[in-house]
Write a new protein. Structure first.
Length: 289
């Protein structure tokens, strides 16, 4: 059973790898909030028919709604930064930075929140994670203009925020079905964005813009609807720390896809920093003797 969960999670991670390239392709076609809204709508449309088929009810209690709303608010902030950063930043670098640092943040936030003592192995993993983050951000070259233009600072914040998404999901899905949770995360996210967009809906790309809408379909139904639901399911079954560690699959494939489909350069610092961070993840995942 665990093997099946892990294989499904690996497949979902490959889909997430493509999401960075897909997100880059639509990032400049509309404002981030507007693109995120349509992504949520497509996710809802994709998930809604599944609930009755899985024997799930659309009915939720007020306590469940509050937990889902919390998870949705954190997810929406992450997703908005995702699209905003991709307007100027590289998709491949983003895929490496976010997905290599996220498991490290998740691991240590979990231990901080639940007051678990750090072992020497934990401390070594944290040190490697910090070094990897420093290399990925190229702190020796940081200027205000450069770091904002590269989007790397936003991607670093994304990694931290998604750690909170993972922990909130693990807590919320003890109270509500993972499939119901995933559906309402998208519903609440779309509702939150409506007042922020306001009259901006008039800037929605036309239906004839097949490049935009095909990528929105992929991001909404395939990546957000399917792959993210699989990730939430894995968090529920495997736990926050273990599930988030499988994100290590994404960096290399995200970098490869961005290089092939977008022609993005592969920076040495991205590769080195990513490898250091992934070494930290591997160290943290390794069970003590």
């Amino acid at each position: 059973m665990r093997l099946r969960h892990e294989l499904l999670l690996i497949f979902a991670m490959v889909i997430w790898s493509a999401a960075w390239t897909s997100g880059k392709l639509v990032a400049n076609s509309a404002e981030p909030a507007l693109t995120l809204f349509w992504r949520y709508v497509f996710s809802c449309v994709g998930l809604a028919p599944l609930l009755p088929l899985l024997g799930e009810s659309f009915r939720i209690s007020w306590p469940q709604a509050l937990w889902i709303f919390l998870g949705s608010a954190i997810m929406t902030l992450y997703s908005w930064l995702f699209f905003f950063g991709l307007k100027t930043g590289y998709a491949g670098a983003a895929g490496v930075l976010v997905t290599s640092m996220n498991p490290i943040f998740t691991y240590f936030l979990t231990r901080l929140i639940f007051r678990q003592k750090l072992t020497p192995r934990d401390s070594a993993g944290l040190l490697l994670g910090v070094i990897g983050g420093i290399v990925l951000l190229e702190v020796w070259n940081i200027t205000r203009e450069k770091i904002l233009l590269s989007g790397n600072l936003l991607f670093f914040v994304c990694a931290l925020i998604y750690a909170f998404v993972t922990i909130a999901t693990n807590t919320a899905t003890k109270r509500v079905s993972i499939f119901v949770y995933s559906f309402y995360v998208n519903v609440f996210g779309a509702l939150m964005l409506i007042p922020l967009i306001g009259s901006g809906f008039s800037a929605t790309p036309p239906v004839q813009d097949l490049a935009y809408w095909s990528n929105i379909f992929f991001l909404g139904v395939i990546s957000n609807g399917f792959a993210t639901t699989v990730y939430f399911y894995a968090v529920q079954k495997l736990g926050s720390s273990r599930a988030s560690s499988y994100i290590f699959i994404v960096p290399a494939t995200a970098l490869l896809m961005a290089a092939v489909y977008l022609g993005e350069p592969v920076k040495t610092t991205t590769v080195i920093g990513g490898l250091i961070a992934l070494t930290a993840v591997a160290l943290l995942r390794r069970k003590p003797a």
